[in-house]
Design a protein around this ligand. Structure first.
Ligand SMILES: [Mg+2]
Length: 359
């Protein structure tokens, strides 16, 4: 059997497994909506420390060790954990799902939220109790027992992975999975309860870092000239492009039911590029991909925080830590995408590597 035939066989078997599991599940009577099959769903994997605020618990783990941590959580089992940075985002995903289920009762094209955790099984009880306390529809748990989550992320065909652990996020990005390290804002803003709002940086997030390399290494004038000369050449895709694509797919489901003006998903591009000198290339790139963005904001180097405060997204993705910091200081939930040349710089300056010293 050739490699391709082997792959097709495995895929067919997997398909049969899913169908069998679904048939068995469908025979059970329940009012709860059923989790969709991963190949139909937009799978969002969140870690327990992004979904819930586990700062206190983490402190116990770090200062007193695993045994104390497990026993603390066992003792507080019936006490729900406080919402974490990903909580409003997850709630907003559920709002979109509720609208989709109404419009398309039989469709499995929905968000599916998977909890990724390397927590001890005993702590899992507290997590489950907390999920039930807040009425979150999370049926899939991955208790990785300290192992890398990448294998599971791939098995679930993950469309986005959010974690507090930048090492795991980096590993996921290297495997081609859209991923980001989530940061808790310094203050809390009121966020929409009827619309999921997602903001993306452009270079090294939706797009590759090919133009960012020119800014960093040759300066702005060279960059403007380069973007002008290449205005009709689409940029290569960046690590979060597939997630924007997935959002677009769901948005179109609302548009085709005449709900464009009432769409519960809104996307924003928040880029440091300036419109006149380098904006056309990104808009043309999006067009060449067949993707729409609802609002495009060209800041021409102005800080992003104040504008994000107006947009109030449930999540904002950027590859540069100083934009992430600027956003969280003003109350925006921001996620760092550890990809591209920007990782070697801070506020435009190359981070010097001290020999023999770990970065
Ligand atoms: Mg960028």
């Amino acid at each position: 059997m050739s490699v391709t035939e082997e792959k097709v066989k495995v895929r067919d078997e997997e398909e049969q497994d899913w169908e069998a599991a679904k048939a068995a599940f469908n025979n059970l009577k329940s009012k709860k909506p059923r989790p969709p099959k991963p190949s139909n769903a937009i799978t969002i994997a969140v870690s327990s420390r992004t979904l819930f605020d586990m700062v206190e618990e983490r402190k116990i783990y770090e200062e007193q060790g695993m045994e104390q941590y497990v026993s603390y959580n066992e003792k507080h089992e019936s006490e729900p954990l406080k919402p974490g940075a990903a909580f409003p985002f997850v709630k907003a995903l559920m709002t979109v799902n509720a609208r989709l289920r109404k419009l398309y009762p039989d469709s499995e094209e929905l968000f599916d939220i998977v909890l990724m955790t390397n927590n001890h099984a005993q702590v899992g009880v507290r997590l489950i109790n907390s999920i039930n306390h807040y009425d979150l529809l999370i049926e899939r748990f991955c208790m990785t027992g300290g192992q890398s989550p990448v294998g599971y992320l791939k098995a679930y065909l993950t469309n986005l992975y959010l974690s507090k652990d930048s090492g795991k996020v980096k590993e996921a990005i290297e495997e081609g999975i859209a991923a980001a390290t989530l940061f808790t804002p310094d203050k809390r803003m009121e966020l929409s309860e009827t619309q999921l709002r997602v903001a993306f940086d452009g270079d090294a997030v939706l797009f590759s870092d090919e133009s960012e390399i020119i800014v960093k290494q040759q300066g702005l004038d060279e960059f403007f000239a380069h973007e002008k000369a290449n205005v009709n050449t689409p940029l290569a895709q960046g690590p979060l492009k597939c997630f924007l694509e997935a959002l677009g797919k769901l948005q179109r489901k609302f548009y085709s039911k005449n709900e464009r003006l009432n769409c519960p998903i809104r996307t924003f591009l928040v880029t440091a590029r300036s419109a006149a000198s380098s904006g056309a290339r990104v808009l043309k790139t999006l067009r060449s991909w067949g993707l729409e963005i609802d609002e495009a904001l060209f800041l021409a180097g102005a800080p992003k925080g104040p504008l994000l405060e107006k947009i109030r997204p449930h999540i904002f993705f950027d590859d540069q830590m100083f934009h992430v910091e600027g956003a969280t200081e003003l109350g925006t939930i921001a996620a760092h995408v550890p990809y591209g040349i920007g990782q070697k710089y801070h506020k435009g300056k190359l981070i010097e590597k001290v020999e023999g010293k770990k970065q």
